[in-house]
Design a protein around this ligand. Structure first.
Ligand SMILES: *Cc1c(COP(=O)(O)O)cnc(C)c1O
Length: 467
């Protein structure tokens, strides 16, 4: 029986096992390739992305920095587009959005989801075709709805009766129409390796199918002259590794889709099954490829449509994390190293880096797992259990809970963390008045700035001065 370890790791036979490694790796320098963007290499201990050695990138752009592998991002986006060839693929902009990425997506033929006026503004600034934009959110303001209708977004995903009324009024006032999808709650919830087919509906998103609210919302959208009813929308969660969760959700949503046909006499042309496709954060994660997801989801929908005797609606999906997550890593410089003794005799070093929860809140917020590697030099030292922590005034300011790094990691070393493309920069904060790091693109041995590093002037820009 392994004994529980204070780190959450099990400790048996003198070996530490945990969510990232099942046993101590023989070589703590080795690159676990599937956690990194596809142009990432390690040679002589130096990590390179897009042909750019990270020590060179840091010399030029400073540290910490998010490193965005253009080839990898675009390859993942195109892989979803091609695998889901007869679907519309909406990239979920909330995972990471800036004008450069919006332009790549536009050029590569994907659609885009936004969920705030700010994200809509980025899409507009990038010249993203508005007919391919979907607008999400459970509490869009009147101004946001007006802007979306004026710009002619392809679809607004409505989430409450209040919003149906408000959006209908906006279209009347502007003399315009808009495509609408109705977000429903299928009572299925997916979260990291598990899904629950009987999730309670006690959450803020969507209209409940079970209560009849979803059907009522469809009725009201259909009745509003300015609203063009496109179909139902369901998003079941995040970090989903196979299609079993989609199976239950699709069955329930298609049953409602069919019911709308029989009871309201309306054949809705579309259906959206949301995003949430998982990525590998640790050696233990084994995500499905887009082809397998597409085949699985298509088979489920076709089977259900046959059983219900209805035509298959045009489907869409909304991957965010699975496109951008693996295409970025974060590079940090080590400032201090401290060793502590753990119960059971093991030791752990606290490797403090020049960023932290301000550039990656996911570990503190979701107990997320990440990995790390020494990025700037070769080391002969054996593996040592390390925790990569930030520089903020919080004990929970942890970037990587547990990783085996070479035992001689020291100040001045660079450490890189893979899989930080999704929800790290977009949830970054100025906590402790930290300057948010830049996003540096890499391509064919060259760097380009996508988002520049914040400056002290940015930090003080909203402080109007002593009153
Ligand atoms: C967050 C979200 C997504 C994207 O989720 P990922 O886990 O990043 O793929 C897609 N659709 C909706 C409605 C969302 O809220």
């Amino acid at each position: 029986m392994p004994t529980a370890h204070p780190s959450g790791w099990a400790h048996a036979d003198g070996a530490l096992r945990g969510p990232h490694w099942l046993r101590e790796p023989a070589d703590p320098n080795a690159l676990v390739a599937h956690l990194w963007s596809r142009t990432t290499t390690k040679s002589g201990g130096v990590l390179s992305v897009g042909g750019v050695p990270l020590p060179d990138l840091v010399r030029e752009h400073g540290s910490p920095a998010y490193v965005l592998d253009e080839a990898d991002f675009r390859a993942r986006a195109v892989a979803f587009r091609d695998a889901f060839a007869d679907f519309d693929v909406y990239y979920a902009g909330k995972a990471f959005l800036c004008t450069t990425v919006a332009r790549w997506l536009a050029d590569d033929g994907l659609s885009l989801d936004v969920c705030s006026g700010g994200e809509l503004t980025v899409a507009e600034r990038a010249g993203f075709p508005m007919a391919r934009v979907g607008f999400h959110g459970n509490n869009k303001t009147l101004a946001e709805l007006e802007r979306a209708v004026e710009l002619g977004v392809g679809r607004v995903i409505v989430d409450s009766f209040d919003e149906v009324e408000r959006l209908a009024a906006v279209t009347t006032e502007l003399g315009r129409t808009t495509g609408v999808m109705v977000r429903v709650t299928a009572g299925v919830e997916a979260h990291t390796h598990e899904y629950i087919a009987t999730a309670h509906e006690d959450q803020k998103f969507g209209f409940s199918i079970a209560s009849g609210d979803a059907l009522e919302a469809v009725r009201r959208v259909h009745a509003a002259p300015g609203l063009r009813l496109l179909g139902l929308h369901s998003h079941i969660g995040s970090q989903i590794f196979d299609t079993s969760g989609f199976e239950v959700a699709a069955r329930r949503v298609l049953a409602l889709h069919a019911q709308v046909g029989t009871e309201l006499g309306v054949a809705m042309p579309e259906m959206d099954l949301g995003g949430g496709f998982g990525i590998a954060y640790t050696t233990q994660d084994d995500p499905s490829e887009p082809e397998a997801l597409a085949a699985g989801i298509t088979a489920i929908v076709e089977h259900e449509c046959r059983a219900l005797g209805i035509a298959r609606p045009r489907l869409s999906i909304e991957p965010g994390r699975a496109v951008v997550g693996p295409s970025m890593c974060t590079v940090y410089e080590v400032g201090t190293v401290k060793e502590v003794a753990l119960d059971g005799g093991a030791r752990r070093s606290y490797v403090s880096v020049d960023g932290g929860m301000s550039d990656n809140i996911r570990t503190a917020l979701y107990d997320a797992d990440y990995s790390a590697t020494l990025a700037s030099r070769a080391s002969e030292a054996g593996p040592s259990l390390a925790r990569v922590v930030g520089k903020h005034c919080e004990a929970g300011d942890i970037v990587v809970k547990d990783e085996f790094l070479p035992g001689d990691v020291r100040p001045g070393d660079l450490v890189a963390v893979p899989g930080t493309g999704a929800y790290c920069r977009s949830m970054a904060s100025n906590y402790n008045h930290a300057l948010r790091p830049p996003v540096i693109g890499v391509r064919d041995g060259k760097t380009f700035t996508v988002l520049r590093r914040e400056t002290v002037a940015d930090l003080l820009a909203t402080d109007v001065g002593v009153q």
